[in-house]
Design a protein around this ligand. Structure first.
Ligand code: GDP
Length: 289
């Protein structure tokens, strides 16, 4: 996503170089290039329209700040609007807390749970994980293998079918741990029982954070998913996985906008260390060059 979007944006903004006044035709051309680039990256059309309208309005109506060229003025507006699309910088305090992981099967939830354990452990926290994904065979062993490698305690019970029982037992087994990360079950589609289950788990855990794990390759469907999960448990952060792949990532951006939260982390590979904190400023600066 980043490379093609970045090239298109840079080319579009370049056309404004050397202009003395903001002329409508140039701004409209920029908006068209921007729209094309975002839609090709799978960003939801409605969102693209909202974004381009606010950029256009501001570029044409706001007075050119003294000493600033047209190109920099418009670039600043594009930058600010993209920042607001991607959500605020998310906070992650190093304190005792519980984090609930939500997402569909295959999104990378279990892998990311392991990565998060590693990340927080490196920050000096005493971390533990609960696997209440009793739907996908092998989920428990997968997380157990990841956690064993980094010496992080994990609670799970592959023979117990009731996720709520697992969670309650897990909370009690890990009471000496500072940060508990709860990996939940995902399904192939957004089924009602998945949502019911995660709502019950949310009530039992009362987590500090409820993070949605989204695969960067997920296109337009990402928005609906995010909406369902957000309505059910109030998502307060998004983790976009597989950003190392060729995915366009725009669907995930639409998911972020749907929850009104920010991107907390980016998954950038298959190993336990491939997790990066997301910095919206740096991200957009790279995008605009
Ligand atoms: P879950 O069903 O949501 O728990 O998904 P998993 O954690 O099992 O991940 C599904 C697949 O995605 C696995 O093959 C992971 O190795 C892979 N995966 C997860 N995160 C990333 C990532 O950031 N980059 C890459 N390349 N692969 C990832």
């Amino acid at each position: 996503m980043l490379d093609s979007l970045s090239t298109s944006l840079k080319d579009a903004v370049k056309k404004l170089a050397g202009k003395a006044v903001v002329d409508r035709a140039a701004v409209e051309e920029l908006i068209r290039d921007l729209q094309r680039a975002l839609i090709q990256s799978d960003v939801n059309v409605k969102l693209v329209m909202q974004l381009s309208q606010s950029i256009k309005k501001r570029a044409l109506e706001e007075e050119l700040p003294k000493g600033m060229g047209v190109k920099d003025h418009v670039l600043r507006i594009v930058y600010q609007e993209l920042v607001s699309l991607m959500g605020p910088e998310t906070e992650l305090e190093l304190k005792p807390q519980k984090i609930l992981m939500a997402g569909l099967q295959g999104s990378g939830k279990t892998t990311t749970t392991g990565k998060l354990c590693r990340y927080l452990q490196r920050k000096g926290m005493k971390v533990g994980a609960i696997c209440c994904d009793n739907f996908r065979p092998g989920a428990f062993v997968q997380l157990q293998t990841l956690c064993k490698k980094i010496n992080v305690p994990i609670y799970g019970d592959p023979n117990e079918k009731d996720a709520l029982t697992i969670v309650r037992n897990g909370l009690s087994a890990l009471r000496d741990v500072e940060v508990i990360i709860v990996d939940t079950a995902g399904r192939h589609a957004l089924e009602d029982d998945l949502i019911d289950e995660i709502m019950q788990i949310n009530d039992a855990v009362k987590p500090t954070h409820r993070w949605l794990v989204i695969d960067a390759a997920l296109g337009q469907g990402a928005r609906d998913q995010a909406k369902r999960f957000h309505e059910a448990i109030g998502i307060d952060g998004v983790i976009i996985t597989k950003m190392d792949g060729t995915a366009k990532g725009g669907g995930a951006l639409s998911a972020v906008a749907e929850t009104g939260s920010g991107i907390v982390f980016i998954g950038s590979g298959e190993t336990i260390d491939d997790l990066e904190r997301f910095d919206p400023d740096g991200f957009i600066s790279r995008l605009l060059g």
